[in-house]
Write a protein that binds this ligand. Sequence first.
Ligand SMILES: [Zn+2]
Length: 90
Amino acid sequence: MDLLFLIGMVYAISRTIRGIMGGSRKGANGRRRSGQKSTANATQGRTARDPVCGMFVSTEVSHRLVENGQVVHFCSKNCMESYEKQKARA
Ligand SMILES: [Zn+2]
């Protein structure tokens, strides 16, 4: 589980960097400065981090996938499918 999470993180970060370089300013100010140290706890709030693209999505409108008893949130069905493909390969 930890390794999979790490892979997801690296993938999300590289996606985010590519997004910034691509000129997309959307989400540039989306980071919170509440001193939250663990990103793993993000899923407990009203927003959750999409492990595929790194976007924060509202848990009310997210696409959900239950994995090992944990709910994983995605911004879109597309990201959810990418995640499942990634998981199948790992
Ligand atoms: Zn996404």
